[in-house]
Write a protein that binds this ligand. Structure first.
Ligand code: WT7
Length: 663
């Protein structure tokens, strides 16, 4: 289709900087002119006094009931921001806007998966009213400040309403991705000691209705959950337990219209979000209020250059940190309009996303490399059916993006006009930290960019020395730490210290990512995880989690899980399994073992292959050498095997893997 250039999408002339390195793009004059930030001196300015820099941003971006007494304090490995400041997240997300011309502006445009169902539009005033009522409903269930509330909801606006209602009364939300299994939900609810769970009857996915309530019923068994609030989304006839289960719409009927927002301390916990670490047990990443909101506000505004007439679409599910920060807090703090979509990207056809962009005129689009790779496979005829000229900025997050996917995204979705903002960050960092800014650039395939103003990241070698330009090492963050950084792991201070503040001491945050210093201005290319954490379709998964699920099967004596490269998902887990005496490998057993993993974690964790072997490669001290298995799966040479206790197993492993590949 002809690209009709609308108001927003002025054609942009890209300037090629260096003929030797052709793939460097810079912002056009139009882009620069419109951008909130376009002067490179912001990096130097903010670097002179990052604490004062963030203080000014916190003051300008947010409403504080009481200003802080001290901006920053560090007591390694802990640190605090805006100490003594009083603030409320929901007040900043909605109350502030309803006294301005944003009162009837769309806050959320929600597109359901079924094509024949109308969209839902919630204005800031609608959202304000619903949040207030639901906050009162939560109070009526006995939820108060500091209580934990589990949220297990699909992509429907009730998820933002529930999160902000918690924030309004000072309750701590812990959102669990709706595609996680009942077992995963249970372990998270137990660790958080949640009092209430908010869920739905079901939701639409690829034309089918998924029964979420059944998973929730299973998942709350044996937990501290006293009440379950159920949103009626799919019209399923689900069992409601008398005295425990309540319908959302019935609770809302009786709820009063206004709920006073609780003045929270800047360092009070806003939410806990569970993520995979290196062990079998997910950890509860703790985020506090003032610092997180400050980083959410400014990164959303500057990274995506959001203005009042933009429509921002972050495709991430709310169950991940990207959804928390860029499909809830960030855009709402700004008073922006966001799009939210319930269903699968390729349902009913592979152009659903492109159809949505065209229908609503999305101007800023933020997604993940795994999705882009999937669309590369479907082919460029799908986006070509649609007028995508409303787009002006593109973003990506979750894993390193390869050059081919970057260029495909740039030309086929962005029409060569839109900069790609490749944002590096983590569940732990709360908001983005390394990326180029739209008005400054440069935009280079596979290179994320520079540290966000007011933050500092460097690349260190094994001895803690900074590496030079063109060299690789470990990515770390230096203090003062970014305001949105985690403040701990829920109920596990030891793990917090060990994971992030032990490799280079307690004053340097270790990211667990490898990185390369790209150039003199310290643009950074990310190189992937240095630990046993996989990225499966952008989702974080520890090999140890899958191993724990495998060894829970009665037939399994030992298991090792490593990532194997995958064209679309990036990585997928494969399992090497040693059976107990008396068990024989069979297809039926393989199926059973795979099902066990899906039940324990969810479909993302499903091993792509299970190799039954007699032994695993081990060091003399008995440690499994996953490095060898990883190399085998990548088809790389296995390297030195002399330190193995049982070097002879390598031949068997090679044969097993080669056999599977030739099948
Ligand atoms: C890990 C964090 C933060 C939102 C989603 C992921 C990898 C993330 C990038 C990027 C290269 C990236 C890192 C990081 N990662 N963004 N733009 N380029 N790698 O959050 O699940 O906590 O995963 O994702 O390895 O450590 P997460």
């Amino acid at each position: 289709m002809e690209q009709k250039h609308g108001k927003i999408a002025e054609p942009i002339k890209w300037v090629v900087e260096d003929p030797e390195r052709k793939e460097v793009w810079w912002p056009s004059p139009e882009l620069k002119k419109r951008a909130w930030v376009s002067d490179e001196s912001i990096y130097e300015q903010s670097g002179k006094d990052p604490i004062a820099f963030w203080a000014a941003l916190a003051r300008e971006g947010l409403h504080w009931f009481k200003e802080w007494d001290k901006t920053y304090e560090q007591d390694p490995p802990y640190f605090r921001w805006f100490i003594g400041g009083k603030i409320n997240a929901s007040y900043n997300a909605v109350d502030r806007h309803i006294s301005t011309e944003k009162r009837y502006k769309a806050a959320i445009i929600w597109e359901p998966e079924p094509l024949d169902e109308p969209a839902r539009v919630l204005t800031y005033y609608d959202l304000y009213r619903e949040i207030n009522k639901f906050a009162n409903a939560l109070k009526s269930l006995g939820v108060g400040k500091g209580d934990r509330v589990g949220i297990y909801l699909p992509m429907i606006p009730e998820v933002q309403i529930a999160m902000l209602a918690c924030a309004r009364i000072g309750a701590i939300h812990s959102v669990v991705f709706s595609a996680f299994s009942a077992d995963s939900l249970r372990s998270r609810l137990m660790d958080a000691e949640a009092k209430v769970l908010i869920t739905a009857d079901g939701y639409y996915r690829r034309g089918k209705i998924i029964n979420l309530k059944a998973e929730a019923d299973e998942g709350i068994k044996g937990t501290t959950v006293e009440k379950v609030v159920v949103v009626k989304r799919a019209g399923l006839n689900v069992p409601m337990l008398e005295g425990r289960d309540l319908w959302w719409h019935e609770l809302m009927k009786g709820a009063a219209a206004y709920c006073e927002p609780e003045p929270m301390d800047s360092e009070d916990t806003l939410f806990i979000l569970y993520t995979s670490g290196t062990t079998g047990k997910p950890k509860g990443v703790v985020h506090t209020t003032g610092g997180y909101l400050t980083q959410a506000y400014w990164t959303t505004k500057w990274d995506f250059d959001i203005h009042d007439d933009d429509l921002f679409w972050c495709t991430a599910d709310i169950g991940w940190i990207t959804g928390h920060t860029y499909a809830c807090y960030g855009p709402l703090l700004l008073g922006a309009t966001m799009l939210m979509y319930e269903g699968a990207p390729d349902y009913p056809e592979p152009d659903r996303w492109w159809a949505i962009i065209e229908k609503y005129g999305v101007s800023i689009f933020y997604t993940a490399p795994t999705a882009i790779r999937m669309f590369v496979k479907y082919g460029e005829e799908w986006p070509r059916k649609h007028d995508l000229s409303s787009l002006r900025i593109l973003g990506t997050v979750g894993e390193p993006i390869d050059r081919e996917a970057w260029l495909w995204y740039f030309y086929n979705i962005g029409g060569g006009r839109c900069p790609i903002i490749d944002t590096w960050w983590q569940t732990e960092t709360g908001g983005t930290l390394i990326n180029s800014l739209p008005g400054i650039g440069p935009f280079i395939p596979t290179v994320a960019g520079r540290s966000f103003p007011g933050t500092r990241h460097v690349v260190l070698d094994e001895n803690g020395r900074r590496v030079g330009v063109g060299e690789t090492g470990s990515l770390v963050q230096l203090s003062p730490f970014a305001p949105g950084m985690l403040r701990g792991i829920y109920k596990d201070p030891e793990r917090y210290k060990e994971l992030y503040f032990s490799k280079y001491g307690d004053e340097i945050y270790y990211t667990h990512d490898g990185a390369k210093v790209w150039d003199e201005t310290y643009n950074i290319r990310l190189g992937g995880r240095e630990d046993d954490v996989m990225k499966v379709a952008g989702h974080r998964l520890a090999t140890a989690e899958v191993e724990t699920a495998l060894t829970d099967h009665e037939a399994v004596a030992e298991a090792a899980v490593v990532p194997a490269p995958h064209e679309i998902k990036g990585e997928v887990p494969v399992a090497f399994v040693v059976l107990k005496k008396g068990w024989e490998p069979s297809e039926a057993l393989e199926k059973e073992i795979v099902a066990k993993v899906v039940k324990a974690i969810g479909p993302t964790a499903k091993p792509q292959a299970v190799f039954f072997v007699h032994d695993l490669p081990k060091t003399r001290s008995g440690k499994i050498m996953r490095r060898i298995l990883r190399s085998l799966m990548k088809g790389e040479p296995v390297g030195d095997t002399t330190t193995l206790m049982n070097p002879e197993v390598v031949e068997e492993l090679k044969a097993r893997v080669a056999g599977a590949a030739s099948k």
